[in-house]
Write a protein that binds this ligand. Structure first.
Ligand code: FES
Length: 107
């Protein structure tokens, strides 16, 4: 059964930045954008680079190894439709950022 894990306080991450966190058995890239927090598996689908090390620009992250680019909110590749990075649901509770330990959409 999926559960949510606290990974940092809401103030710990500036808008337009990312950090690597561990959620259960998953390495997760946590992003803070203007409209909230987003979490993707921290492995580029190309060759596994940590996507949390990528270059962020207006809701997109560019992988630091070979420049594949992804929409942070959806995990979808920007140019082409080769792959999608799995997403993790994020919640805010008591000024803490919580990330689900199972990828996929939650209701
Ligand atoms: S490992 Fe990310 S683009 Fe190659």
């Amino acid at each position: 059964m999926a559960s949510y894990h606290p990974v940092c306080s809401v103030d710990a991450l500036a808008v337009g930045s990312a950090r690597a966190v561990t959620v259960g058995t998953h390495s997760v890239a946590l992003f803070r954008l203007e409209d909230g927090y987003y979490a993707l598996e921290d492995a580029c689908p190309h060759q596994g680079a940590p996507i949390s090390d990528g270059y962020l620009d207006h809701g997109e992250v560019t992988c630091s190894w070979h420049a594949w680019c992804f929409d942070i909110r959806s995990g979808r590749m920007i140019l082409g439709d080769l792959c999608v990075i799995p997403r993790f649901d994020v919640r805010i509770e008591n000024a803490m950022v919580l990330v689900c330990d199972e990828p996929g959409e939650k209701v």
